[in-house]
Design a protein around this ligand. Sequence first.
Ligand SMILES: Nc1ncnc2c1ncn2[C@@H]1O[C@H](COP(=O)(O)OP(=O)(O)O)[C@@H](O)[C@H]1O
Ligand SMILES: [Mg+2]
Length: 307
Amino acid sequence: MTRPKIWAIGGGKGGVGKSLLTGNLGINLSQAGKKVILIDGDLGGANLHTCLGVANPDVSLSDFMTRQVEHLSEAAVETPVPNLKLISGAQDILSIANPKHAQKMRFLRAVQTLEADYVLLDLGAGSNFNTLDFFLLAKPQVIVVIPEPTSIENAYRFIKSAFYRRIRHASPTSQIRDLINETMDKNNRYGIRTPHELLTHLRNMEEDLDAFVDQQVNAFRPKLVLNQIRSRSDIRIGFAMENACAKYFGIHLDFVGYVDYSDIVWQSVVQRQPLLIHHTHSPITQKIKNVCENLLKNRKLEPQKVM
Ligand SMILES: Nc1ncnc2c1ncn2[C@@H]1O[C@H](COP(=O)(O)OP(=O)(O)O)[C@@H](O)[C@H]1O
Ligand SMILES: [Mg+2]
């Protein structure tokens, strides 16, 4: 059995369009004939089913987490879209909004054995460890941002936290793991404030860590989608974030697409009629398809082509 490709859609802040994007990317892939399973990983505030026009599903992730069902696939429901299934988020919020370590590990293993071409994980807001671990499981790792300082700030925090968590997991020694644990606190005794400074510190340590650092930087390449843009000049934010990530974090961020702010999106959510099914000729729909294509082809936007 081949493993599914796992995509994660996160970004630190709520209300930016993660669920909207997850739902419509899933529809796009399934329309191309792929078998797709969407998972609502927003454990405290699940609403992906609403984006897809599915009424309250009778099984959900809660049933898997609490072992009412043994296999994750049993928690999936059909959607109105052929080839597209949904594992809805928690109904029973109290028991799984903060899953225990063992529950989380069981879930992470199970995701990788789902029978599908693609599994898309819609993440909740915030940068808590569970959300970061779901994010780190995936490739591509998509970050959704809107042109507002709060969203941009949260996205940087999310990227930084995800990167720290990644290298901490991959640390070759407990000494390095301890160092990373310490540097997660910005008042650490080494004065390390950014991932870039951490990487430089690691390179200067006595052990030969250059290969480790290079490998970590090359393997972490989140994708950025800018949603709810209101003018063409907003598009610059995507490229500016790419540059800032490279300069201050030493991390490659790929700006893969943007989606305009539009009443059609709002309407599609209110009427529970997904864009890619009910608004096939809208420019917004085309923008989402462009994002999907760039993710599939591992391409990013070129400033000279879009500005
Ligand atoms: N491009 C857009 N234009 C207009 N409204 C949007 C757009 N993207 C998202 N929204 C609105 O924002 C709300 C939140 O989107 P949602 O996908 O649920 O965010 P998240 O999953 O990040 O919390 C939606 O109900 C929708 O009305
Ligand atoms: Mg959501």
